[in-house]
Design a protein around this ligand. Structure first.
Ligand SMILES: Nc1ncnc2c1ncn2[C@@H]1O[C@H](COP(=O)(O)OP(=O)(O)OP(=O)(O)O)[C@@H](O)[C@H]1O
Length: 362
């Protein structure tokens, strides 16, 4: 029997807000309810101060929906709208909560979409695993989750506790993606607070186990959602992916500035779609220019982590779910990812990272 939105609403009528408040359906706090096969996701709007008080309501709502026949997974989030004031500034107060067992969390970000951030995150994660690291990959690119495709994962993560999902392991990497849980078209219309809430839940409610590095493929851009996410995640550092064109580099600069604003160390910049290597003759052409990211890194006084060529095989292997760093680690492109991964590890191990800032929300 397939589940419908009205089944979900009916179940939620039995869940009341605390202190004799109305039931959730009448409270006017429910977002659109997304039903995707046996998976149900929605959020409850709160003011930031209500987060603690309404957590039991959230848990009850999730349990009520999870108990319905035909529901395999229920994901309920508390989302707080912020006013249009500028994003909170970093100041002294609480440190973003560490994730037990996870040594380093690194964000892979880009100033704008389409520069190959997801392809780079995937191959970087695989290359780190090949260098002997225990690696996780969180696909937080909520507007275009691509990891299920890049890793060729067709299975869904298993629920192994009342609120815990087991990541799917592929090519030696533990992968979790919002694309496993929510229809990407539904996620497209999510507002910033919903995005942040979904991602922080994926960070904390996934059984990552012991990891040396958790790579987070960030949503593209440098807006409020990205900034808040960078603040709320206990990041060891950030990697910025850019193509060599001026426009992309301008956006990359914004990415660097965003992380600096919240005092997350920049591990470095990667130039993606650098020199084009012809698959037929092996000849090299600099279609988008070359070396721009290295120069930009020098200007910004941040490390340059390496170049990934613009290559047909990188795209085809991504499309076919066989990341090239795994399937051809000895080839030119596989080696390029290994070299970048090595640089990232050096930056992490050299302790160039500082502890995450202590943050207060003003
Ligand atoms: N070095 C490369 N050589 C060839 N193709 C590449 C390379 N890097 C990425 N691509 C291809 O470019 C396209 C966009 O890449 P990808 O999805 O990784 O970008 P993205 O920055 O994550 O995009 P978005 O921000 O829109 O999610 C994909 O088809 C991918 O296979």
């Amino acid at each position: 029997m397939s589940i419908t939105t009205s089944d979900v609403l009916k179940a939620l009528e039995a869940v009341n807000l605390p202190d004799g408040g109305p039931n959730l359906v009448r409270s006017g706090r429910l977002s659109e309810i997304v039903v995707d096969g046996g998976r149900v996701a929605f959020s409850i709007a709160i003011s930031p101060k209500e987060a603690m008080a309404l957590e039991p309501t959230r848990a009850q709502a999730e349990a009520a929906v999870a108990a319905l026949r035909g529901v395999d997974q229920a994901l309920v989030m508390l989302t707080a709208e912020r006013s249009q004031t500028p994003p909170p500034r970093a100041k002294t107060a609480t440190t973003p909560r560490h994730i037990p067992g996870v040594r380093h969390i690194i964000a892979v970000a880009s100033g704008k979409g389409g520069v190959g951030k997801s392809t780079t995150s995937a191959n970087l994660a695989v290359a780190l695993a090949q260098l002997g690291q225990r690696v996780g990959l969180l696909d937080a690119d909520i507007y275009g989750p691509s990891m299920p495709k890049v890793f060729g994962i067709t299975e869904k993560p298993r629920l192994i506790g009342p609120r815990t999902l087991e990541p799917v392991t592929a090519y030696g990497v533990k992968v979790m993606s919002i694309g496993f849980l929510v229809d990407p078209e539904a996620a497209m219309i999510w507002r910033g607070p919903m995005v942040i809430s979904a991602i922080t839940q994926m960070l904390r409610e996934v059984a990552w186990g012991d990891l040396d590095v958790l790579v987070v493929d960030m949503p593209p851009g440098t807006g409020d959602a990205q900034l808040t996410l960078s603040q709320q995640t206990p990041l060891s550092g950030a990697v910025i992916v850019s193509t060599p064109q001026d426009l992309a580099l301008m956006d990359a600069r914004r990415g660097v500035a965003m992380f600096q604003k919240v005092e997350v160390p920049i591990l470095g910049i990667i130039e993606n779609m650098s020199t084009f290597i012809c698959p037929h003759c092996g000849g090299r052409s600099d279609i988008f220019g070359h070396g721009g990211a290295r120069q930009e890194a020098e200007k910004l006084k941040v490390p340059f982590l390496g170049e990934i060529p613009l290559a047909m095989q990188i795209r085809t292997t991504s499309d076919s779910g066989e990341p090239i760093a795994a399937t051809d680690p000895e080839g030119t492109h596989g080696k390029a990812y290994l070299a970048v991964a090595d640089q990232v590890l050096r930056a992490l191990e050299a302790g160039k990272t500082r502890p995450a800032p202590r943050i207060v929300i003003e």
